[in-house]
Write a protein that binds this ligand. Structure first.
Ligand code: DAU
Length: 331
């Protein structure tokens, strides 16, 4: 099976490439990535020489490059996306380009080349804040940030292409993922590095916002299950049910890094901050037989250990662009 995996130099994409090559002997993976700020080929050094792996530098906003890369593949998995909510609040433009226009380009190429399967990786944030209960696959889209609005627009296009043209696309809505190789702007890698370096951690608002967490390996297994057993035109939520306020994550990170509560700094809240997310993942579990295997405690301990052992990888992410973003975001 030949898979075009877009955004393979990013956190989730690179984890999926490792997973696919380790799990299947007869797989070929083409990593199509433009190496924008969060893309890092160093995450793939160990498999760079594998004959089943090829890297193509390209951006999904470029329709010709997408078409060229797609010809002859069996499956497309789109991990290429602008993903960071705070950046979307500062500068939304790139989110519309990549998450809407980029998805349109992939859909068109999939349609034209009659690709067998297209998996669009999306987010539970399209459902907006879920103050109580859970969002299931039928819940209404109520995105509240430029990021989630752009992902919702891409998902709507996928649904429309499935209905109108019969494009065999499947959309996933995942909860928050974490693990090794995550760019140090999201809560877990940012806070881990700050704590390991003796700095403070910037908690937005009261820190009581609730997120649901999934370890990267469990997410890879979920996407693989959906790719093999999912029905075209369908949507699957991916979640673990492990939902906690951010302060609980911070508390566990303090323990794992031997830091005390004086490391916490409460800062101005994110504008429009979604108070709670909770996805119902029963469909994936009952219809396709997937279950998460890694507890949050185990996944978080592995993650912190990895960051302890890989400060050079993190430092190479912190380019001038990162410093500029950090300054704008945290002052
Ligand atoms: O729910 C899935 C989504 O999870 C993905 O679609 C997004 O791409 C991903 O970025 C993530 O969105 P969040 O906004 O939930 O992730 P983030 O790591 O930015 O923040 C997690 C929580 O921690 C959120 O409530 C905001 C809070 N936070 C985050 C940062 C970066 C802080 O309190 N301080 C911070 O400095």
């Amino acid at each position: 099976m030949k898979i075009l995996l877009t955004g393979g130099a990013g956190f989730m994409g690179s984890n999926m490439i490792h997973y696919l090559l380790a799990t299947y002997q007869d797989v070929e993976v083409v990593n199509f990535d433009d190496l924008t700020y969060a893309g890092n080929l160093e995450s793939l050094t160990d498999i760079a020489q594998d004959p089943r792996y090829t890297f193509v530098k390209g951006n999904i906003v470029d329709p010709l490059a997408v078409e060229e890369a797609i010809a002859g593949v069996d499956v497309v998995i789109n991990y290429a996306a602008e993903t960071h909510v705070d950046r979307s609040i500062l500068e939304p433009r790139a989110f519309i380009d990549t998450n809407v226009y980029g998805v349109y380009n992939i859909l068109e190429a999939v349609r034209k080349h009659k690709i067998h399967r297209y998996i669009q990786i999306s987010t539970d944030e399209v459902f907006g804040a879920v103050l109580e209960g859970e969002s299931d696959e039928q819940s209404k889209f109520e995105p509240r940030s430029p990021y989630s609005a752009s992902k919702a627009a891409g998902d709507h296009l996928c649904a429309a292409y499935a209905i109108t043209y019969g494009v065999p696309v499947i959309v996933t809505h995942s909860c928050n993922f974490y693990g090794p190789y995550q760019f140090p702007e999201k809560l877990i890698p940012l806070f881990t590095m700050n704590l390991l370096e003796g700095k403070k951690v910037p908690v937005y608002g009261d820190g009581q916002q609730v997120r649901e967490w999934i370890f990267t390996q469990d997410h890879c297994r979920a996407v693989d299950t959906i790719m093999r057993k999912g029905n075209p035109g369908e949507v699957y939520n991916i979640g673990t049910g492990y939902r906690v306020p951010n302060m609980e994550v911070v508390k566990q990170l303090l323990d794992l890094t031997d830091r005390g509560e004086e490391a916490i700094e409460y800062v101005t809240d994110r504008p429009g901050h979604d108070r709670r997310y909770a996805v119902n993942s029963n469909k994936l579990r009952t219809e396709l037989g997937w279950e998460p295997q890694v507890s949050f405690e185990e996944g978080l301990a592995k993650t912190v250990e990895w960051y302890k052992n890989n400060p050079d990888w993190v430092n190479r992410c912190r380019t001038g662009e990162y410093q500029e973003y950090y300054q704008k975001q945290y002052g």
